[in-house]
Design a protein around this ligand. Structure first.
Ligand SMILES: Cc1cc2nc3c(=O)[nH]c(=O)nc-3n(C[C@H](O)[C@H](O)[C@H](O)COP(=O)(O)O)c2cc1C
Length: 301
């Protein structure tokens, strides 16, 4: 069993916010094939009708998908139907007041955990909140509005100090957990020099994994619940995230590339590693549990 706040989950693999979690039927299907919990596509006050898209680029996915295209009322009806199931409502808005309103509305429809999706890099103007100063008022408003566990979804920062400053700020605002990482902001050009999908967007997939592991390692002793994600595509990836300090993991690009059915294998692989008594959980307080591997074990060039 895996604990996430008051929830007991059968394993730690959760479907993250994406087009795969944008509809009631898709969410039901993810549960049917074994997702321990599902995070909704980002719900906002107005449907996001901008044209987005998602393309493969080598090992990466590149997207300008934005928020959900469905209305808040449609989501309210879905959440009511899903009441009692392990659904995390991911919400975003341009102002702290609207974030508070959204939080109240999704919680009143049954959401037991809320994730603030304030780091989406593929919305016009870039991530809403990348600095603790900007993020603070949004967290404060949401915290005042609802008393369920609140998670903030972050974009990883490359400096240890940056990651730690962000967590200190969030803890001061009463935030209970962090999802790390959202897609990283990026830009791709085609052979003619045109910006793919028309502008900058979000990078996801396996190249993110070492960057996120390092960021989680930066904050793992800070007594905040960590939901890790970025490039998870195998049971071993899940174990690595848990070992470095995550309580649970979220998966997106792997399922988008291989079909949602790939969730079953991923969970199976994880279970088989866990059953071999591999220590999957980081010691708490952790960090001391990780040792340096020898150079010769690491396939030197
Ligand atoms: C096409 C696409 C759409 C996404 N939409 C959202 C979204 O609406 N809200 C959100 O918080 N994250 C969104 N994400 C980010 C994922 O939830 C996840 O944080 C990120 O892709 C990293 O995990 P991965 O490498 O397993 O994909 C999206 C990612 C992709 C590829």
């Amino acid at each position: 069993m895996t604990n996430l706040f008051h929830w007991q989950l059968p394993h730690p693999v959760i479907a993250s916010s994406s087009p795969l979690t944008a509809h009631l039927r898709a969410i039901h299907h993810l549960f049917a094939i074994g997702a321990a919990a599902v995070v909704t596509k980002t719900i906002s006050m107005q449907p996001d009708m901008r044209t987005g898209g998602c393309i493969r680029y080598g090992e990466l996915l590149f997207n300008r998908d934005g928020y959900s295209r469905r209305t808040l009322s449609e989501w309210e009806a879905d959440l009511e139907t899903l009441r009692g199931q392990k659904v995390i409502a991911n919400i975003a808005a341009d102002t702290p007041e609207d974030v508070a309103n959204l939080a109240r509305r999704v919680v009143s429809k049954g959401a037991e955990i809320v994730e603030l999706g304030l780091s989406c890099p593929s919305v016009e103007g870039g991530p809403i909140c990348i600095s603790p100063d900007k993020l603070g008022p949004f967290c404060r408003a949401a915290r005042k509005a609802v008393d369920v566990p609140l998670i903030v979804k972050l974009i990883l920062q490359t400096s240890t100090a940056g990651n730690r400053a962000m967590i200190s700020c969030l803890k001061n605002e009463g935030i209970n957990g962090v999802s790390i990482s959202d897609t990283l902001p990026g830009l791709l050009l085609d052979v003619h020099g045109n910006m793919m999908l028309g502008g900058s967007g979000g990078i996801s997939g396996s190249p993110l994994k070492p960057l996120v592991l390092k960021s989680i390692y930066d904050i793992a002793d800070m007594n905040v619940v960590i939901l890790g994600m970025g490039g998870i595509s195998s049971g071993q990836d899940v174990v690595d995230y848990l070992r470095v300090g995550a309580s649970v993991v979220q998966v997106c690009s792997f399922l988008m590339r291989n079909g949602v059915q790939a969730m079953e294998n991923l969970v199976q692989e994880y279970r088989s590693l866990a059953s071999k008594n591999i220590s999957c959980e980081a010691a708490q307080p952790k960090l001391c549990a990780l040792q340096g591997a020898s150079y010769s074990d690491a396939n030197p060039i």
